[in-house]
Design a protein around this ligand. Sequence first.
Ligand code: FAD
Ligand code: N01
Length: 875
Amino acid sequence: MSAVDGWGSANRYALEIAAGHVQSRAIRQRGNVIMKLDLASTAFLAQLASLGAPGFHEMEPEEARLAGGQIAESYPPGPDMASVRDETITGSDGAGFRVRVLSPTETPRAALIFYHGGGWVLGDIDQYDTLGRQLAKRTGAAVILVDYRKAPENRYPAAAHDAYDALTWVDANITSIAGKRVPIIVAGDSAGGNLAAVVAQRAKAENGPDISLQLLVYPVTDGAMNTPGYANPDNQLLLNTPLMEWFWDHYAPNKKDREEPGASPARAKDLSGLPPALVVTAEYDVLRDEAEAYGEAMQAAGVPVTIKRFDRQMHNFFAMPGLLPAAATALEYVGQQIDRHLATSSEVDAVIVGAGFAGMYQLHKLRQQGLSTRVIERADDVGGTWYWNRYPGARVDIESMAYSFSFDEELEQEWTWKEKYSPQPEILEYAQHVADRFDLRRDITFETSVTRALYNEDTARWNVYTDSGEVISAQYLIMATGCLSAIKTPDIPGADTFKGETYITGLWPHEGVDFSGKKVAVIGTGSSAIQAIPHIAEQADQLTVHQRTPAYSMPAFNRPLEETEIQQMKTTYRDYREAQRNHLAGIPYPERNLMPAAAEGDNERKARLETAWESGILTALTSSYMDVLSNQDANDLVSEFVRDKIRARVKDPETAETLAPKTYPLGTKRPCLDTNYYETYNRDNVRLVDLHKTPIQEITPTGVRTTSGEDSYDAIVFATGFDAMTGALERIDIRGINDMALKDKWADGPHTYLGLSVAGFPNLFTITGPSSPSVLSNMIVSIEQHVDWISDCIAWMRDNGHTTIAATEKAETEWAIHNEQAANLTLFPQANSWYIGANVPGKPRTFMAYIGGVDVYRHICDSIASDNYQGFETA
Ligand code: FAD
Ligand code: N01
């Protein structure tokens, strides 16, 4: 039977239980409890019950061991290890026992000693091999499985002695296990959790080896068996009171022994000074209460303890890898906690904030240069923009084959984009592929935000604070926080009073949203709204779009990529990448026409603009003449061409005029690419509200009130954009020399040198920071250029014995003047765009991207570097 068939029949059993068809007495008695478990556990229990086997406590130990072993045979093999070695240790009382050292493929960053469960009577290291390997792979620790002596052949304290001897053996052999001294973690499940807790107490009492963390998975902590769970049959799935009695009777038949902390760690008089602990429990487990009580008692004694209860799970779920999906979830959770814990105790060379494309590539580069590096990321995975923006229709507006990393030719060749403009899920998949390929996640701490970063002038290091309570000391602090990652919270009165559903495009629910049958309002008509609106309109009963400023949008003409064009690009990728780097915006085709718009007659111009339009390339219209973005008359010609296109796409003339932008030059707010955007307004269920005529007064509990009255909605979608360029940086309390806050320094607008460095903030780098080309370019081209430059700078500092580098005030001021002059040569400052901070009330108005072009900018950065980092001070 295949695994899938197995699940199919298991699930059928679960349904049968629900329908009351299964006649097993045990199941009938506990049917309502079993259904409280998740489906996989329910199905597993049902299958087990259908076998009609007696409980372990009704068997002889040998028989029970065989039965337990049979379940373990269904676990899939664990991941490959760099090495697996079994050794026999001679314990302090002369008895021998086996340990298995599972070494992960990378250099181990910890040694995790795992004591298996089984009531001190059952189980062995072969049965825990899969789990051990999974732990090694996920945590990056060498895992040492311990085959301690079992009862009743060897009663208490034999197992506890072996467990401690395993610890001292690991401590003595740590360099051969891990290559260097690394933190030791003691871990175990059930009776193994008991042994881990006991070992931690003994190490403390005897001043034994340092233990960095205790991982106690539903540990047995008290032989008194008097916590509420023992009296409640609802909690007794897979492990019940009679079986616990059977275990204790075999392990410590002498009731006096059970009162000793060596058997019942909860009986210890003083729990202070124990290593930090992670206590994992299951909701329906007879051991839940005693495990959590032990965690709480340690907490009360001042030990840092995290208690995590897995809802809808039963005893032993953690140790059934491959059988229960919850085991994988719990393993990932434990992995993240261990990541976090190991990180707490480390100092690193560099901290990178953000794991979008910028943070990912920066991590890869610094690792290659041998720097110990940690990335802190708020999300629970990589991808940045493409992790957060999951609204319907989200896709790239620069051709996918061009919007991709160029730094690794193999990556470039192995990845195949499917569409001209790939949708968000495909780009996220690409980011995840990059993370897997370069094994990035092991140095990324997810679900964690950096809240503060303080520069310590005495140590010349940054102290980086996170919302999980960590403080990480780093020589370099690299902000890869993104230009468009700080959501602009809806700045409309009453926005938080709406009682229906609200969505923000940049924080879209992962499970998606079904608008079927609903009355939906969208607020905003920027790039996000333009992509989402056609999809929402198709689903919703009615859609009302609230537009303040219309956008210029052209059709993307998106389509699947043809095999021949993929191959063509892959064959010529190197030349293409070179062209990207040497182009104004990193988008080399269609090439910029160096003729002014006035130089051509109406017919030729129309033909040229038609060709640009048909290309479906974002920059085609602004590249059609050299002066589109610098000469109002030239811009008017192209803008009017686009307005005519809008008029042709929208049937109702009044709606078309409302949608046609007239208050700012084309290209000076980010232009958009769409699929059926304007055509959507030809649908009967779509309505456009012109907020210039009827501004929003407030959002009410039931809808949106404009000056023309109130409309009620089931859902409101805020496509209202971002606090761009500076938002993500200013939301962190970054303080440099003399405790200067970045936010204060930037009170009248961001000041940087090259968008890479800030005077007064040594060793702080900003990837695609303000005053660099960033958002005016193909962002991946700009990200790669910055990451390469920063990495080269750090290498240069190390080669030349410099500890710190920072921009000088003079260089920063000169760069600001150059930026302003460059922007003022164009039409850009005329628009109330987010480029200029106009979308955020109260934000200072300065043009925040370098307009001189990616090509020119690259040349400037390279010249500065080759001139010994002119404009920077080093120490
Ligand atoms: P991001 O991808 O924004 O990643 C920054 C990361 O930092 C985020 O994951 C965030 O969670 C994390 N972070 C921020 N602050 C903290 C903190 N304090 N603590 C911990 N973590 C933090 N650009 C293009 O060139 N072409 C496009 O087609 C394009 N399409 C886009 C579509 C959308 C919907 C949006 C919003 C932007 C688009 N962009 C596009 C710009 C896009 O942001 C960049 O292309 C690129 O993805 C940015 O990568 P990044 O790593 O610099 O930043
Ligand atoms: O945000 P936006 P976005 N009341 O700021 C309106 C990239 N991106 O998320 O213009 C009423 O552009 C606001 O009106 P106005 C791309 O770089 C790329 O759409 O301020 N309306 C505007 O219409 C893009 O530029 C893609 O008058 C309010 C809209 O909300 C950037 O991300 C896809 C309002 C916000 O538009 C941001 O795009 C998506 C209020 N109080 C994003 N506040 C691609 O296609 C704001 N608005 C690749």
